[in-house]
Design a protein around this ligand. Structure first.
Ligand code: SAM
Length: 277
């Protein structure tokens, strides 16, 4: 059972469990350079690394939503007229927004309740233009089928799974007392089942919006979901090129992913020898 009261981790306790920098560089930045996108929203920015990357495009107005648990993003981007930081959780901030975005990056609270409702608010309030794209990080292990809660007390109890601060082990439904991945974070005790995890949230949302969106998954680095809001034949065709790029990415990164999952020691060794694996 979750302990009573708040359990928000201190900044020093939070592990960096995977950033979407690789994906941002491979998919988001090239699209920003190619398309005439002007309005982008980033949900979950941590230290603002991706924000800095996106802020390099002076034609883009960037809205950042984050409760700023690790870093005062408002202060960090105070001098940048292209970046507006909305300090708060997505489900409080999104309903206050009015203008639609060309592109939305979702990498905030990795649980079913938050992601499903983020997508629902975006759809209900028309916050994503037709022809626009939502990028969602962490659609694979460990949060694809298991909720993680930054602040469990913020999730309504009927949607919150029983959770613990223990490590996650690939291929194991239960958590472990010894080591594992991300032991300090609050996460669902069991993996899988209904209303559990980021990918489950996306699938549930898409089931209710069948013909409105196209969805594609890019593998590795905890997984990237690419959700395109259909517009017309010409624009839909353009998305096909993004899908093709995703297929190529999946093919070329397959050896790395295979080694990481099946030979983790060899992967770690290669990483320590050659830097980023
Ligand atoms: C995994 S980090 C984001 C990393 C960032 N995308 C990067 O690659 O550098 C998750 C971020 O989501 C923020 N966050 C947690 N709960 C949130 C919520 N409900 N709404 C918006 N952001 C949230 C955290 O403060 C944290 O900064």
């Amino acid at each position: 059972m979750p302990p009573a009261g708040g359990v928000t981790l201190g900044a020093g306790q939070r592990e960096n469990f995977g950033q979407m920098e690789n994906f941002a560089k491979s998919f988001v930045v090239p699209l920003l350079a190619k398309r005439r996108w002007t309005r982008v929203c980033e949900i979950g920015a941590r230290l603002g690394g991706i924000t800095e990357l996106l802020a390099m495009f002076p034609s883009i107005a960037l809205t950042v939503i984050d409760p700023c648990l690790d870093c005062d993003l408002k202060e960090k981007f105070a001098g940048n007229p292209h970046v507006t930081v909305k300090k708060g959780i997505s489900l409080k901030v999104l309903p206050e927004l009015h203008n639609a975005f060309d592109c939305i990056l979702i990498d905030g609270d990795h649980n079913w309740y938050t992601v499903y409702h983020e997508l629902k608010v975006i759809s209900d309030r028309d916050l994503l233009k037709r022809g626009g794209i939502v990028f969602l990080h962490d659609v694979e292990w460990p949060w694809g089928r298991r909720d993680m809660y930054y602040q469990p007390e913020m999730i309504p109890s009927e949607y919150r799974h029983s959770w613990e601060q223990k490590g996650v082990v690939r291929g194991r439904r239960e958590l472990t007392d010894r080591g594992g991945f991300c032991p300090a974070y609050c996460k669902a005790t069991c993996e899988g089942g209904a209303r559990n995890g980021v990918l489950t949230a996306i699938e549930d949302f898409l089931r209710e919006h069948k013909d409105e969106y196209k969805f594609f998954r890019v593998r590795g680095d905890f997984g990237l979901g690419i959700m395109y809001h259909r517009k017309n034949f010409r624009e839909d065709l353009k998305f096909l090129t993004v899908e093709c790029q995703g297929v190529a990415y999946n093919v070329f990164t397959w050896p790395k992913r295979f080694t990481k999952v099946h030979f983790p020691s060899a992967f770690s060794l290669a990483k320590s020898l050659f830097g980023r694996a």
